[in-house]
Design a protein around this ligand. Structure first.
Ligand code: GLY
Length: 289
């Protein structure tokens, strides 16, 4: 009989170039992360799979307009919101993702359906094709536009933080990763972000990673898949992360990540000024907003 493992959950609400100083927003973000962590960690303790847990955590982050994913996504240069998300089941080494989809309430749920029920074996769909598949799956649609994002767009502001994500280890020792984004903000219409690629979202049987930051630079460093490859060679997530950070700092690349391994070790790193994250283990719950 396989022995039970203590679950671990790590979530992030994006890396940013500065830490917002507005105390009210800081408290609201802290409360949001804590609420999500509490609910999803409880589900993991009750036996939820890592895959279900990361999808639920990211769904909750997508539903919170404070974060740049789902409702609250940033607008592209033509004033449209196009969202992307990815989900990876580490135990089966299976990836699925949605690219630049419009109007779907939870792009992570679309990724989940693509993982579970890929049409014609296709696990990554883009634009209208992705929306059509979402409709065929009876997924919910909702406008992601918020007044705050529209104001930001009008002042040509990009907002301070980007992308949300989660990694989890469940009681059966399985790992999973989920990531969702509204993109960089003001980018060329239809630009493809790093989020629905293995550079930003990757999991196998030894490691799970979700990355946030400047998509092009995340792809250049293949952040998530690179870290998991290092972990597979026996290098711990902390050491692998420090090695990657050193290289990224040298190139002035701007991104951050959360990494978790099958022994329950996790590491959070960023080359930017700040990353919003929270983690729950059997021993403690921490929130860094
Ligand atoms: N990491 C989000 C983006 O650059 O699109």
């Amino acid at each position: 009989m396989s022995k039970s493992v203590a679950p671990v959950l790590v979530i992030h609400g994006g890396a940013g170039s500065s830490r917002t100083i507005d105390r009210r927003r800081l408290i609201a973000r802290e409360q949001a992360l804590k609420g999500i962590l509490d609910a999803v960690y409880r589900a993991l303790q009750r036996g939820s799979s890592a895959l279900k847990a990361v999808a639920l955590a990211v769904e909750m982050l997508e539903d919170d307009p404070q974060f740049n994913a789902g409702r609250g996504s940033k607008l592209q240069a033509d004033g449209k919101i196009r969202m992307s998300a990815a989900l990876m089941d580490g135990s089966r080494r299976r990836f699925a993702g949605a690219v630049n989809v419009e109007g779907v309430r939870n792009p992570i749920r679309l990724s989940e359906r693509l993982l579970r029920n890929p049409p014609d074996g296709s696990r990554v769909l883009a634009g209208p094709g992705a929306a059509r598949f979402a409709r065929s799956q009876q997924l919910r649609f909702r406008s992601p536009y918020t007044d705050e994002r529209k104001r930001e767009f009008r002042r040509a502001g990009k907002g301070k933080f980007g992308t949300v994500g989660a990694v989890a280890l469940d009681s059966k020792g399985r790992l999973a990763a989920a990531t969702s984004t509204g993109g960089r903000g003001l980018e060329y219409p239809h630009r493809v972000s790093d989020t629905p690629t293995v550079a930003a979202n990757y999991a196998n049987s030894s490691c799970a990673v979700s990355a946030t930051g400047v998509g092009e630079e995340i792809v250049d460093f293949a952040v998530a898949s690179h870290l998991c490859s290092l972990r597979e060679t026996g290098i711990g997530v902390a050491r692998a992360s420090r090695m990657l950070k050193q290289q990224a700092d040298k190139s002035r690349a701007r991104f951050g990540w959360i990494a978790l391994d099958a022994d329950g070790n996790f590491y959070v790193a960023t080359t930017t000024a700040h990353i919003i994250w929270a983690a729950a283990t059997a021993a403690k719950l921490e929130v860094h907003a």
